[in-house]
Design a binder for this molecule. Sequence first.
Ligand code: PEP
Ligand code: MN
Length: 337
Amino acid sequence: MIIVLRSDATEKQVKHIIDRVKKLGLKPMVSRGIERTIIGVIGEEDVLRVQPLEVFPGVDRVMPVLAPYKLVSREFKSEKTVVSVGGVKIGAKKVAVMAGPCSIESYDQLFKIAKAVKKAGASLLRGGAFKPRTSPYAFQGLGEEGLKYLHQAGKEVGMPVVTELMDTRDLGAVERYADMIQIGARNMQNFDLLKEVGLSKKPVLLKRGMMSTIKEWLMSAEYILANGNFNVVLCERGIRTFEDATRFTLDLSAVPMVKKLSHLPVIADPSHATGKWGLVGPMAKAAVACGSDGLIIEVHTNPEEAFSDGTQSLVPSRFGTMMKELKKVAKSVGRDI
Ligand code: PEP
Ligand code: MN
């Protein structure tokens, strides 16, 4: 249920409605837009049948939200959300590019890549310290040591940093060292993890599960917002289809679709989607053309010896060329990069 307030509703009226909603055992979530304030009501909505909220001063109308995701929906908030990560805006005119290695391997490796991607125009540094690997025998990441390197490298080059969290027990460490928490495709429906990051003050990058529908993905985002964290950026990273020439199938129609359904920013990951460095540039261009608010790209100075995902990693010079080419695409759709 959504309570749309009149544009002239006073603070006193807003507070009165919030108090009533709470008394009914429901959870009010307030969204203050430029034009007007909206209150989303979460919980058993049946009680509202005996207590019609339309009669309260300041209320314009009360509408049911048909979508199962409420706070994430465009009905709840019609204006686009802009998420700020250490001062970098995601969802604004400038397409935000996150770049860096798949895994943090050493400080030296990370720092070299960080300098190169910053020079080429990236605005956030990515790097995994906790790696979700298919094989238990593969490199699992440097853990907290890696987080320290990431924090330090980001500080040295002047870029906020994003890294994946896989276990609620590591939330404190990730919050200490990173500016944005990534929830990976394999954990998109780890509901306990979603609830925990929902309680965090850090922005969250929520990747789409490789076998998840758009609705399931948005329901996962709803878990984070319902726990109070509205700073969520969605990331389309490819889904499993019958096609096996590429690692996954980058579902770019999800970008305009999600923008229609939700106010949250959406970015694309052509690295994990294609699994092939030669396809990263073309799909990055397509992603910007269809309205992605950002990109996340894997870059490595020596892909041959990368601890993970070398085949899809761009060397810095190719990343630089891609960034130049992306400028033209961004301009043609009214964006900057
Ligand atoms: C990653 O970004 O390194 C990663 C593991 O991505 P995904 O969760 O999309 O596979
Ligand atoms: Mn990777």
